[in-house]
Design a protein around this ligand. Structure first.
Ligand code: ATP
Ligand code: F1X
Length: 302
């Protein structure tokens, strides 16, 4: 079974504003409400690709209930812990001349809520996949990803981590199955700026030397690359298309990778499926659908 953890799920409120101006009343020309949070996006795309998963994490209030409702409507299984105070956040994604995002803080999470999540994670075992994705809210220990990985060590769970800076570096000693920073996040870790694949590869290899089994780096419109545990490097530009909504492209890439890996146990296939799933999401209003991914794979001769 595949499990995803989203500590801080969201309602993503995506608004289009023509020529947004600060300090003025702006009116939207389009609005979309979607369930969000990185692990949740992975679960939705897995479903679209034909794979069941269970979305875990914390929710609260009317927004939390709406997230659960939206997931159920998409037939995505969820098992969130309902925390007593506050409300799940609403993240505003503003599409105008530039794309801007305002991500909320989320509800208070108590130690007893975290203990309930650990009880659920204790059920995982050999052959399960666990995706830990997104920021850790301030109300939780910054070591939460590390703590989960330490607890599950030696149980044969394939753990995928999509996180930034110290959160990512600190889990490497537990040998995650896959990590997926983008090239900017990779550069931040080492205090350098990385734009080309030639620049990225040596730093991606450093993360592997530090413990990650497989390292996939996303590079938005420049595609991405994968360094595998068996010493292969795959790199590609993305398929061609028109950008519509890039929110969740990275999460989709993770879901696409897992789909390819689970279906074929072949890293090259997993990489290209991940790449095209990221692009399929970026090229559509909502997250990628399988037929869109397959069309893009064919356009790359795959
Ligand atoms: N402009 C684009 N054109 C084509 N494909 C894209 C574009 N932007 C994203 N993608 C696809 O999606 C993948 C992931 O994108 P990106 O590198 O932006 O991830 P990310 O930074 O984790 O994104 P996010 O945090 O928004 O989910 C890319 O590797 C690429 O395959
Ligand atoms: O605040 P975080 O947890 O870092 O990111 C949350 C978020 O921006 O990530 C997803 C896209 O990847 C969105 O659905 C969601 O709003």
């Amino acid at each position: 079974m595949i499990y995803t953890v989203t500590f801080n799920p969201s309602i993503d409120y995506i608004v289009d504003v023509d020529h947004f101006q600060t300090g003025m009343v702006n009116r939207t020309t389009g609005e979309h409400v979607l369930p969000g949070g990185k692990g949740i996006n992975v679960s939705i795309v897995l479903k679209n690709m034909g794979h069941e998963s269970r979305a875990l994490g914390f929710m609260a209030g009317f927004t939390g209930r709406e997230i659960e409702r939206l997931l159920a409507a998409s037939q995505v299984e969820s098992d969130f812990i309902d925390v007593a105070e506050g409300m799940s956040r609403i993240n505003v994604k503003l599409r105008s001349d530039q794309e801007s995002e305002i991500n909320g803080q989320g509800p208070a999470i108590r130690a007893s809520d975290i203990a309930k999540l650990y009880d659920k994670l204790d059920q995982l075992g050999e052959g399960d996949f666990l995706v830990l994705a997104g920021s850790i809210p301030d109300v939780m220990p910054a070591s939460s990803y590390e703590d989960i990985m330490a607890r599950l060590e030696g149980r044969g769970v394939h753990i995928v981590v999509d996180a930034t800076r110290d959160l990512l570096v600190n889990v490497l000693k537990y040998h995650p199955f896959l990590i997926k920073p983008n090239n900017h996040e990779l550069g931040e870790i080492f205090g350098v700026s990385l734009s080309t694949k030639e620049e990225v590869i040596p730093y991606a290899k450093k993360l592997q030397e530090m413990g990650a089994k497989n390292v996939m780096i996303s590079m938005a419109g420049d595609g991405g690359l994968l360094i595998t545990e068996d010493g292969q490097t795959y790199a590609s530009m993305p398929p061609k298309g028109r950008i519509v909504n890039s929110v969740g492209a990275g999460d989709s890439m993770v879901a696409g990778f897992l789909t390819g890996y689970i279906e074929t146990a072949d890293y090259e296939n997993a990489f290209y499926t991940g790449l095209c799933t990221g692009s399929a999401s970026a090229f559509s209003e909502e997250l990628a659908e399988r037929n869109e991914v397959e069309t893009l794979l064919r356009s790359l001769g795959r």
